[in-house]
Design a protein. Structure first.
Length: 413
């Protein structure tokens, strides 16, 4: 089998995902996708007529984010019409899955030059969302709900904390670490290699830095925040009065009372953003003189309980390590998306990881989580950090709606 190599990675800053407040919230989602696609082409002097495919992750594919955003963003970026594109949805895992499928196309020998990435304008999707109907739970499909009741993500996070005995002290401590590490990374310009500014249509600067982080976050400050998802647990989802909490108790009746420990400070931030990675075959790089920064070692997908939703990253990490013939000690850096603090805390505990190797530049609690783009952002972040610290391998994974997790291991060339 051929090998797939990462040639470059870039991303936008993450803007606060709120209309009227975020610096990116006034854009059409295709504009953010076009920004990173144009940047990846310009940075690498691409002949875009030679791009075989563009695989794009976008989770909430409705309204302005529908209609194959990857293809439309490429056209908006000025790509040759020969550069095809497809857009996929694996919920939060879409950005990793886009890269994994791009790697598979190259490794199979079917394609030579593929761009993978994602876009999510949470300012747009939040403004149009129905809070009583998460995308993974179709109230009309009662047969599926009877088999696999699926709740709201934050309620799932609190359910996992309750079952695992993970308390608020632990999740708040991790949230402070995330903010501190992100602040250090920004101060030391660790993100600058991949960061590309976003410009308004008139050419003026819209955003060139991370907008979401809240530097100076303390345990004392977090202690003042009230848990958010206790209210969500009591929201009815049908005429019978079944609540989000009831859906979880249908599978886990031992939860007589939820320990609600998650709040805005220890949950992922609502932001807008996009990212792109350029992947190529060895033959294409030899033919054009391109230089690889990393190779794809292994990829994997894993499903887990849809009702708890957020627990698949641990088995996904074990699966991708086994597929690569590696042990956790062979990995220099781990990135586990901080969808909620309990997800990262459980990941570290279950795999018995050195905390100094996990999310070393902060995570989504500090920087935000533009759902369909986050996985691609994290792969680029790990690559930059491996190069900065002269290390070798990174493992990236994240939970996704429906109880799933994609994973990938990359290795510097």
């Amino acid at each position: 089998m051929a090998e797939a190599f990462i040639v470059d990675a870039c991303r936008t800053p993450r803007g606060i995902g709120k209309v009227g407040k975020g610096a990116l919230a006034h854009f059409h989602p295709q504009h953010l996708g076009a920004t990173v696609l144009k940047a990846i082409a310009d940075r690498n002097s691409l002949d875009t007529s030679e791009v075989d495919d563009i695989i794009w992750g976008t989770s909430s594919q409705r309204g302005d984010q529908s209609g194959d955003l990857g293809r439309m963003a490429a056209l908006d970026a000025g790509y040759d019409v020969k550069a095809s594109g497809v857009t996929l949805d694996r919920f939060c895992g879409s950005g990793i899955t886009a890269v994994n499928l791009a790697a598979a196309e190259v490794m199979s020998g079917m394609e030579d030059l593929v761009i993978a990435g994602g876009t999510e304008m949470m300012s747009y999707t939040a403004a149009t969302a129905d809070p009583t109907k998460p995308p993974m739970m179709d109230n009309g499909n009662l047969r599926l709900r009877e088999k696999h009741p699926q709740s709201q993500q934050g309620v799932c996070a609190d359910a996992i904390a309750t079952l695992e005995g993970i308390d608020r002290q632990a999740v708040d401590e991790l949230a402070v670490v995330s903010q501190d590490r992100a602040a250090r990374a920004i101060e030391e310009k660790r993100f600058d290699k991949s960061l590309v500014p976003v410009y308004n249509l008139d050419g003026s600067l819209a955003l060139d830095h991370e907008e979401f982080p809240r530097g100076g976050t303390t345990m004392e400050g977090l202690a003042k925040l009230k848990p958010v998802f206790s209210a969500w647990a009591d929201i009815p989802v049908d005429e019978a009065g079944t609540t989000y909490g009831d859906l979880i108790r249908q599978k886990y009746p031992q939860i007589t009372e939820f320990d609600h420990i998650h709040h805005a400070g220890n949950s992922s931030g609502v932001v807008d953003g996009a990212a792109a990675l350029l992947l190529a075959s060895e033959d294409y790089m030899k033919r054009t003189g391109m230089k690889a920064r990393a190779r794809i070692v292994a990829t994997a997908n894993m499903g887990d309980c849809p009702t708890l939703m957020l627990n698949a990253p641990v088995p996904a990490a074990k699966k991708v390590l086994a597929r690569a013939g590696l042990k956790k000690e062979d990995i220099d850096l781990f990135e586990i998306n901080e969808a909620f603090s309990v997800v990262a805390e459980k990941f570290i505990r279950d795999l018995d990881l050195d905390r100094e190797k996990v999310n070393v530049n902060g995570g989504a609690m500090a920087l935000g989580h533009p759902i369909g783009a986050t996985g691609s952002i994290l792969i680029g972040t790990v690559l930059d950090e491996l190069e900065r610290t002269d290390q070798q391998r990174g493992l990236i994974t994240m939970c996704a709606g429906g109880g799933m997790a994609p994973a990938i291991i990359i290795e510097r060339v």
